[in-house]
Design a protein around this ligand. Structure first.
Ligand SMILES: *[C@@H]1O[C@H](CO)[C@@H](O)[C@H](O)[C@H]1NC(C)=O
Length: 236
């Protein structure tokens, strides 16, 4: 406001006709004033200088911001690239997951009554199948054959009912005993024993449950004696 008032005054001075010696009066707050032109000019000059400094600063600020915008744009395109990489990795993981073999089985012995005792080991054929994803367990032979190298979990439960006989079974890998269970005779009816193991298997390794020599196992339609296993994760 101060600037425009001063400018107006300056303009009026310049418009003074030749020969006129007096500057016209200006009304301000109802009071007549005689402005000092040179003071006003100095004020305007100072103001112009001040404005120029402010303008320079603003322009510098603007340039800085433009630079920052440029940097942000660069950064953004970097993030976009990174996202593309991650997206591709995710696709790879998804595909790998889809291609991962699904292996899981669970079966009941499927007999009614007792099996054993016999003088030799018998491979138990759990033929009442609950699950056999991947068909790596053969219910006709009782053998699980590893389709891929990996880490697997197996567990079994054996039931026994003959008080004059012991119950017992063992988990075998390639014919080698891994874990066993047993309960000595002269117990009450329906005794149970369980065991399990996490095994690292190569392709073609065979896992099964065998009845121990001179021991018995019992099953009924209640599915008391069972064998289950699944692949935890494959190995390269
Ligand atoms: C035993 O297994 C069969 C499936 O083969 C099922 O139909 C039945 O209900 C099971 N019995 C019990 C008591 O769980």
């Amino acid at each position: 406001m101060k600037v425009s008032a001063a400018l107006l005054q300056l303009l009026c001075c310049l418009l003074l006709t030749e020969g006129q010696t007096e500057v016209p009066d200006f009304e301000s707050n109802g009071k007549s004033i005689q402005p000092n032109i040179w003071t006003e000019v100095r004020d305007i000059r100072d103001m112009v200088i001040e404005l120029k400094v402010k303008l320079d600063m603003a322009m510098k600020e603007n340039a800085k911001m433009a630079e920052q915008v440029q940097e942000l744009k660069k950064e953004n395109s970097g993030i976009t690239d990174q996202m593309k990489i991650i997206e591709n990795q995710l696709k790879g993981i998804k595909k790998e997951n889809e291609e991962q073999p699904k292996v899981a089985f669970s079966a009941d012995l499927g007999i009614r009554g007792d099996l054993g005792p016999q003088s030799t080991e018998i491979t138990l054929t759990f033929n009442n199948i609950f699950t056999n994803t991947g068909n790596s367990y053969n219910p006709a032979t009782g053998l699980f054959t590893a389709p891929v190298k990996g880490v697997y979990y197996f567990r079994f439960t054996a039931c026994g009912t003959q008080s004059a006989q012991s119950l017992g079974a063992s988990l075998h890998k390639n014919g080698q005993k891994i874990v066993s269970v047993g309960q000595w005779r002269n117990h009450n009816l329906h005794r149970y024993a369980s065991n399990g193991a996490v095994l690292q298997l190569e392709v073609g390794d065979v896992v099964c449950v065998k009845l121990l020599p001179h021991y018995t196992i019992y099953d009924s339609p209640d599915n008391l004696s069972t064998f289950s296993g699944f692949l935890i994760h494959p190995l390269k």
